[in-house]
Ligand binder design. Sequence first.
Ligand code: NOJ
Length: 526
Amino acid sequence: MKKDFLWWRDGIIYQIYPRSYADTQNDGIGDLQGIINKLGYIQDLGVDAIWLSPIYPSPDVDFGYDVAEYTDIDPKFGTMKDFDQLVKEAKKRGIRIILDLVLNHTSDQHSWFIESKRSKDNPYHDWYLWRDPKPNGDPPNNWQSVFGGSAWEFVPELGQYYYHMFYKEQPDVNWRHPKVRAAMLDVFRFWLKKGVAGFRLDVFNAYFKDSAFRDNPTKIGLRAFDRQEHIYDVSQPEMIPLLNEIREICDQFKETYVVGETFLADAAQSAAYCGDDKLHAAFNIGFAHNRWHPKRFLTASLKWYEALGEKAWPNNHLSNHDVQRTATRYCFGEDDRRAKVAAAMLLTLKGTPFVYYGEEIGLRDIPIRKKEDIKDPVGITFWPFYKGRDGCRSPMQWNSELNAGFSQAKPWLPVHENFPDRNVIRQASYPDSLLNFFKSIIEIRKKEPALQRGDFYPLVENPRHILAYLRRQEEDQVAVILNFSSRNLEFDLPDGKWISLLDQDKQISDSIKMNPYGVALLKLQT
Ligand code: NOJ
């Protein structure tokens, strides 16, 4: 590893959805001790940091994304002592912890909201967004909740509505209130002092809404939320100075990293929030929605790099806790060949790769067959058109024993029925498994600075079957060739002698034969 290794630029970030990783309390829900037990596995994978989805006390209307206390641990996950142990044990293994901060809204069970709702003259009342009804009793404006229905909830005792962009149990806070701002900034300080290396900011660009609460203009769309131009409920200019302040706080600690979930934003809008005095990075949300076509991924990547320019280092993800898993989207049945192509792409494109737990063994979404089985409320609301996000949140598959080794108790979501074959132990046991493929690409990536921080040059401008690009860092050059098709193809290499990093340093020049869904990583011999 080079001396100037910078973990968030050159390394890999592994997202864990703690409810579903490993359960030691035997209540069917994963916990912090479970993650601690698996640190050896995580280190062995070769990742540099873990992003933990929320672990704070929560009534779980939105499974942790409704926070009832920002500076504590939910007992279902363990204690603050467990958290400190996790940070310490992870550090020993060179793994950093990134926390998910959900600061756009709280749970309606947060003490701030309970106070806020007591009366109009309660000191906490203005910590949330309360408005009087229109003269006819209607909500104050036309804003809609992402999760269905009006974004305004009426509280008869107060004769007022409060605003919630997500569920009504997730009231949005009033970021314009100086005390709210101060309290939230203290949340950053609290966790930084505990030794976390950074944060993922949940829907940060929704913190501020139009101060005059103007109606959004309408447009054509499927759901009520999509039938509006969201110009007044997200992306207000006040966010930039706030990001400056957040960055200043984080920069007081060594090598921190803040990545934002930009809501309803394209690559250019997301990039506008990044820079030396703003976020280190934002997610390119659309990337995971590309169809299986090399051109799609190439175009999306180039757009992303162009939008970011020199301002910020890119990052890439294909899966997370909100979208169908990579393997579910792209693979046929249990065939992992496309998952390998996707993994190789994710780990070698320019940008920090984010790997979602289980992606390394090709977890598939669990099927959602009945409305009664759904846990994610958004799936209940929109059934049968949209079945929610349970599919991509099922328990990690460790072995072929009871509940895939996730828990001795009935898991909160079913384990995928493919677990006897698809699990960590099984995949570790044969050389060409997806897990071993992931590990070998990560190992190569670690040895090749070009694959970490190198520049990116497409080798085919208008790809139909093969996505091919060069990563170049000073004199080091690595060519990545990915056959997206089920055909045997031949690919003409750029001039020079190349050695195959995946194929025992075999020497190749002129052209390379690509198997169906084949992957080649070639280093230029100097
Ligand atoms: C985005 C999170 O990723 C999602 O899981 C959550 O439901 C919403 N924000 C609300 O916090």
